[in-house]
Design a protein around this ligand. Structure first.
Ligand code: ZN
Ligand code: ZN
Ligand code: ZN
Length: 504
């Protein structure tokens, strides 16, 4: 018997690739469904101890090909169905039929841009414009609300056209998540609330990246200016469910004629705002969101290079807390964000700590809080901001404040270098490149004076202590860059006594 704690966590939709020796279980005999497999973790959590065992194989299949295998117990319908079947054995036959049906349909994402006839569609009886694909109907509605929906019969002409699944839009999906959250927290049925909300959301103008000049805009009550504004549809979708709608006021939104809603998934800061919104909802504290918005929205955009993570994956993923630095400061991040960015960090979360996969933590003692925050910021937005830097007293008491890295007049090379070392260790290649670009740019625009040599010497010192030939490519790009700079400025640096000790 394998100890549960040693089994890797379910990777969900991300799946397993390569010959990783993972163990998988399928159903047996008459119950077998073509292609249906669940991972070792889900087998142990749902099947091994329960009456479901009789429907499943007891010996695992070891993954023996290079392809990608995903755990079907991570499919919402199947996850919830298996959970229910463990406590109500008489539901099994009906649930098994639904599982079989669900396995015939592709994900909602894959339905996008296809002709309507590629799948079947369900319409809400109460809200005629609310139409979902069969996958979403099975995943989110069939178990408790089947009677509120009907299978649509489309005309031959409609079959040729494209239909968009309502659950594929972030607004309807978020409204559903918000209502579901309320019903779980208060043990009530918020399904009617969802229908009402969906009705008014669909009646409001769409949140689009094109021509929104006639839209009505809203901003948090305590926000000044128009650095942050969201459209009516997004107020309805995100703010009504958790009770935040009254915290908003109408605003005259101009922002250089660039009318894009800040909660539109196409905007670069969407994930960052979403993360704060999620935190505010979880802790039932709107100020977590509004304070962040007031502070962050007026800052200029950094790099526009950002990978669009799937918001569904993020919303659904759990949090994980790292205990960072010598003081073990707890810093929390979405597991899906870690998974998207760093395999080694994700391994820390998913191996050996899985018993507490929702509340778990791992220590990163050799990382500073500031460095980890830089990583988090990068992971959510694709760029990071140089943190506050208090200069020493002889710097005339100046304080750089929250200056974006891209325009910092005075380099904080050490911060970038620490982040570089972190990115190297945890194999976050794009972040590593970004750090080098910032260091290079800062050094180029930095005029070296006698008073400022300590800044560079600290950087040299750190670089020598923490970079090495073990880096990918066999040499340290950071070391090369800093040495190159030091060589150019050798004369000024050499005036400082410390330097000879270093260069020897
Ligand atoms: Zn699983
Ligand atoms: Zn769908
Ligand atoms: Zn919007």
């Amino acid at each position: 018997m394998v100890e549960r704690v040693k089994i890797p966590a379910c990777k969900g939709p991300a799946g397993h690739t390569g010959l990783d020796g993972s163990r998988w279980y399928g159903m047996i005999g008459a119950w077998e469904i073509q292609g249906f497999v669940i991972c070792d973790a889900c087998y142990h959590d749902l099947v091994a101890w329960s009456q479901l065992r009789r429907y499943f194989t007891t010996t695992p299949t070891i993954k023996s090909d290079e392809g990608s295998w995903t755990c079907d117990a991570a499919v919402p319908l199947i996850k919830e169905g298996l959970r229910r079947a463990t406590t109500s054995p008489n539901l099994w036959d009906d649930l098994h039929l639904l599982f079989r049906r669900r396995m015939e349909y592709s994900s909602c994402m894959e339905m996008k841009n296809l002709q309507a006839r590629s799948t079947h569609w369900y319409g809400s009886k109460a809200v005629p414009d609310l139409i979902v694909c069969t996958t979403c109907y099975l995943d989110h509605f069939v178990l408790d609300h089947a009677r509120s929906w009907e299978l649509l019969s489309l005309t031959a002409e409609k079959q040729q056209q494209q239909l968009d699944c309502a659950m594929h839009t972030v607004q309807i999906y978020s409204a559903w998540v918000a209502c579901k959250r309320v019903s779980i927290a208060e043990n009530t049925d918020e399904y009617d609330g969802f229908e009402d909300l969906a009705r008014i959301i669909l009646k409001s103008p769409p949140c689009s990246t094109e021509d929104m000049r006639n839209a009505t805009w809203y901003t948090p009550q305590d926000c000044t200016g128009d650095a942050f504004a969201i459209c009516k549809r997004c107020v309805l979708a995100f703010m009504v469910g958790p009770g935040f709608a009254t915290e908003f006021k109408e605003v005259n939104f101009r922002r250089n004629g660039n009318w894009v809603c800040d909660l539109n998934p196409a905007t670069p800061r969407f994930l960052k705002y979403l993360a704060k919104y999620e935190a505010a909802v979880k802790r039932e504290n709107f100020s977590i969101f509004s304070e962040f918005v007031s502070e962050y929205a007026p800052l200029p955009d950094l790099l526009e290079t950002r990978r669009m993570a799937d918001y569904k994956e993020i919303i659904h993923s759990s949090h994980f807390t790292f205990l960072v630095g010598e003081d073990q400061t707890p810093l929390t991040i979405y597991t899906a964000v870690v998974q998207n960015n760093s395999d080694p960090l994700y391994a820390l979360i998913s191996n050996g700590h899985m018993k507490e996969s929702n509340t778990g933590n791992a220590a990163l003692e050799d990382v500073e809080v500031e460095t980890f925050m830089g990583f988090c910021e990068y992971a959510y937005t694709g760029a990071y901001v140089t943190p506050d830097r208090t200069l020493s007293q002889d710097d005339e008491g100046r304080h750089l404040g929250h200056e974006p890295a891209s325009s910092s007049p005075d380099p904080n090379g050490l911060f970038h270098a620490k982040l570089y070392v972190f990115a190297t260790k945890y194999l976050i290649e794009p972040l590593r490149k970004q750090c080098l670009i910032f260091i290079h740019r800062d050094l180029c625009s930095f005029s070296l004076k006698r008073e400022s040599t300590p800044v560079i010497l600290d950087l040299l010192d750190f670089t020598y202590a923490h970079s090495g030939r073990g880096e990918p490519g066999g040499k340290s790009l950071l070391r090369d860059l800093v040495i190159h700079y030091a060589a150019r400025e050798a004369r000024t640096l050499a005036d400082d006594l410390d330097v000879s000790a270093l260069v020897d």
